[in-house]
Write a protein that binds this ligand. Structure first.
Ligand code: 26Y
Length: 821
């Protein structure tokens, strides 16, 4: 009946209340009085999901009927963050849900807090994929996100005695109400074995691959709701399973153990996310993961296209496949294999389709982070793909020879196979050759891409290269995480159009000097700082003072990101106060957050140093009220949402030329933090947008870094030439922060003095001087508030809606297919 329908789709308070109790009763078997927090959360999640499903089906139906061109975003990581509040915001029913909850006497905040986030990513790249899914749906572009349903996502970080310790992420243990398993939607994926030639019925020579092992990929679907629209897109993640036939066969011949073992091995593929953001040599399982999800995803697209069109001739017109870094770059070889071996297409047509379907985003310039696979490993796991890659390469290198007439050095540099030490497959080359477009993620990054790692490719195909500066979704990173600020912005702008069109924030500019707005702005910031302080107090035993300047650096721990530059500054400040207790300083709380790859020794030592410095400083009564240092454990999307609203100062201090874009920089600035940063990644564009006077710039530029290193950088000369720097480094080495242990931090201090690959020492003085300007600026509240307002006001460009609009127009050629809300 209509009434029943409304229970599942109605957006008013009574419908929500009825639906909630209904779900609690029928899906959890509970009544209010005995429900656990998890039951209460699950009932809320199902109530929200019900409201998305009707819209989801309508979207899928319309996309199918209109045969709409569809974006397929292939990514090994989707770092979604909690769903519940985000979906409420996108449905536009947060206030109604809160009111419904109140009438049922539920603790709304506690229910939202109960959600365990799906941590299916490491950091920037995975979170970017999630922001792009949000924007694709909001811009009403038909899209499918394809990835892996890791059983264990990124580890949970706990701090034990100041060290990082990793705990398994068991995000699925209480059930995942947002996904719909599709047991019948599964595809076989082969590994190993050999290939053989045969003659088909038309007398043509063909290849087939006889894998030695086959696993099944099963689909798990999660609806992705657009903001303020009826469009709901699909995130389809693959879980690996043993094919039923496999253990059945073994069982028949009596090898029960063998059957169970094979099942276990098949399930291993989607078991765990690799917690590194740099490739590790020889990790066969990672190659298997990549091939596994790429193959399932392409088979799924082929199924959809055959259902619709009955032919694959127009595959590239139906789908725009986006490769999120090289992790899915096997798609180039796999699509060729599927089209030729399974659908009997000839090379020329298959290559035409592949080259026009794929697009490739690069996220790094760090040479050690560029993915390569040994030919040997590759041949063992994917023998047919190796043949195809050799043939792609042969044809490509012939083109190179003609284009750059008789330049064999160039041929060797551009080859997909690196012959220099052990033969390796360069995945970025495969992706570039097999794609219609290649893009970097910020203007500076794209320029460097064109002038360094991909220079030869740029010279050959200049029109293939694009810049698409990253963006982040203002729904999650303002509306969900900072509701007070969202309310204030809406009030000041007169409406909430800014959430759909972030450029509208420009309106705030005229009011930046308005003392009334400034006062409210400061109140909102202080309230967020208080919230964070309380949370940190509960978690770490140390409650920071919200009246101090909150100086925040939150991101993966990496030497190139230079958390230790900030630490040197802190130690230097500590010395200043100890030497002169009356020194004029702005009281600060330094807050760090971030995970280290479990095998990255130096990054773990940096975490230990943060905690060690914090322990000494926070217990020194002489500096209390002036200087505090806290490490926020387990920085993830959920905890990030507590951090961004509360920051006064955002630390974006990577060595210029190393951070491809950064996206945390955008999240902080949107929430009114000022940035202290180098001219790296998107910082360059952020500074241009917010105005050079509203950004604290310091440090060497990318060309200066290059020059400094070319001249032969000698950190020990910098160290000996700067007394204050020397004494800060020496203090760390002295054992003051390590209970007298002079060995503990030596790997770090020695590395800085003798090698310093990321020019920490070279940038130290400029950084400290710049921080002095920050101090002064913070002591002029109206001036600071004005800068803070202007930062938010001028962040329109960094909405992921703008990024997706760029991709849609310049790279994919896709148009919106509106579904009414
Ligand atoms: C090879 C595999 C282990 C691997 C896994 C994850 C390699 C890299 C990564 C993640 C890389 C990453 O997060 N890169 C970041 O991408 C962001 C989005 O474009 C950028 O803003 C950021 O500068 C870049 O470091």
């Amino acid at each position: 009946t209509a009434e029943q329908q409304r229970t599942r789709t109605g957006l008013d308070k009574d419908a929500l209340k009825r639906a909630y109790l209904d779900n609690l009763f029928y899906l959890r078997g509970r009544f209010l009085e005995v429900a656990t927090t998890n039951d209460l959360y699950m009932a809320a999640a199902y109530t929200v999901r019900d409201r998305m499903l009707a819209r989801w089906i309508k979207s899928a139906q319309t996309y199918k009927d209109t045969n709409a061109r569809t974006v397929c975003y292939l990514s090994a990581e989707f770092l979604l963050g909690p769903h519940l509040l985000n979906n409420l915001v996108n449905l536009g029913i947060t206030d109604t849900a809160r009111a419904a909850g109140e009438e049922l006497e539920l603790d709304f905040e506690a229910i939202v807090e109960a959600e365990e986030e799906p941590g299916l990513g490491n950091g920037g790249l995975g979170r970017l994929a999630a922001c792009y899914m949000d924007s694709l749906a909001t811009l009403q572009i038909p899209a499918i996100g394809y990835g892996i349903r890791y059983e264990f996502g990124i580890f949970d970080q706990v701090i034990v005695d100041g060290w990082q310790s990793e705990r398994g992420d068991t995000w699925l243990k209480s059930g995942n109400p947002w996904e719909i398993p599709r047991p019948k939607l599964s595809f076989p994926v082969g590994f190993g074995g050999h290939t053989e030639q045969y003659t088909d019925e038309h007398g043509a020579l063909r290849m087939r691959w006889l894998p030695s092992m086959v696993v099944n990929g099963m689909a798990y679907d999660t609806p992705i709701m657009g903001y303020g629209v009826g469009n709901v897109n699909l995130l389809r993640l693959w879980k690996s399973e043993a094919p039923e036939s496999f253990d059945f066969q073994a069982f028949n011949v009596g090898d029960y153990y063998g059957a169970v073992h094979a099942k276990m091995e098949a399930e291993t593929i989607s078991k765990v996310l690799y917690p590194n953001d740099e490739p590790e040599a020889g990790k066969a399982l990672r190659l298997k993961q990549q091939y596994f999800f790429v193959s399932c995803s392409l088979q799924d697209m082929i199924r959809l296209e055959l259902n619709n069109a009955g032919t694959l001739a127009h595959f590239h017109e139906k789908f725009a496949v986006q490769l999120n870094d090289t992790h899915p770059s096997l798609a180039v070889a796999e699509l060729m294999r599927l089209l030729m071996d399974e659908y009997l297409m000839d090379w020329t047509r298959a290559w035409e389709i592949t080259r026009n379907a794929c697009h490739f985003t690069n996220h790094t310039l760090l040479p050690e982070a560029l993915e390569t696979w040994s030919v040997h490993l590759f041949e063992r796991l994917l023998p047919r793909h190796l043949q195809i890659i050799y043939e792609i390469n042969r044809r490509f290198l012939d083109e190179v020879r003609v284009h750059f007439f008789a330049d064999e050095a160039r041929v060797a540099r551009m080859s997909i196979i690196d012959e220099s030490f052990g033969r390796r497959i360069r995945m970025a080359h495969l992706a570039a050759v097999g794609s219609k477009a290649v893009n970097g993620v910020a203007a500076l990054h794209t320029d460097l891409l064109k002038s360094t790692v991909m220079h030869d490719f740029y010279e050959m195909w200049p029109e293939k290269f694009h810049n698409v500066t990253n963006g982040v979704t203002p729904r999650r990173f303002i509306a969900v995480s900072n509701p007070r600020l969202a309310r204030l912005i809406t009030e000041a702008c007169g409406d909430d159009r800014w959430l759909r069109d972030l450029a509208c924030l420009k309106q705030l500019e005229e009011q930046a000097e308005d003392h009334g707005l400034q006062a409210q702005w400061r109140q909102v910031k202080t309230a967020a700082k208080q919230d964070l302080a309380n949370w940190l107090g509960e978690r770490t035993g140390f409650t920071p003072d919200p009246q101090t300047l909150f100086d925040v650096q939150a991101k993966r721990i990496h030497e190139y990101k230079r958390q230790h530059l900030s630490l040197l500054h802190i130690v230097w400040l500590y010395e200043q106060i100890k030497q002169n207790p009356n020194v004029e300083l702005t009281p600060r709380t330094f807050i760090f957050g971030g995970k280290a790859a479990p095998g990255y020794f130096m990054a773990k030592l940096i975490i230990k140093l943060v905690n060690a410095v914090g322990e000494v400083i926070n217990n020194d009564p002489q500096v209390s009220g002036m200087l505090r240092v806290v490490f926020m454990p387990d920085f993830n999307v959920k905890n990030g949402q507590r951090l961004y609203p509360a920051a006064d100062l955002s630390e974006q201090i990577s060595m210029a030329g190393k951070e491809a874009s950064g996206t945390g920089n955008m999240k902080f600035s949107m929430n009114g933090a000022l940035t202290i940063g180098t001219l790296d990644g998107a910082n360059v564009e952020i500074r241009d947008e917010v105005g050079h006077d509203n950004f604290f710039l310091f440090g060497l530029t990318a060309p200066e870094v290059h020059q400094r290193q070319a001249e032969g950088y000698r950190p020990w000369e910098v160290y000996h030439g700067n007394e204050q720097l020397k004494s800060a480094v020496d203090l760390i080495a002295s054992g003051l922060f390590s209970h007298g242990d002079t060995e503990l931090f030596r790997p770090l201090t020695d590395n800085l003095i003798h090698s310093d690959p990321f020019l920490v020492l070279a940038d130290f003085q400029a950084y400290v001087d710049c921080q002095r300007q920050v101090d002064r600026a913070y002591r002029a509240p109206h001036h600071w508030d004005r800068m803070s307002i202007l930062n938010t006001a001028r962040m329109g460009k960094f909405s992921s809606d703008r990024s997706i609009q760029d991709y849609a127009e310049r790279i994919w050629g896709v148009a919106p297919v509106p579904i009414e809300a």
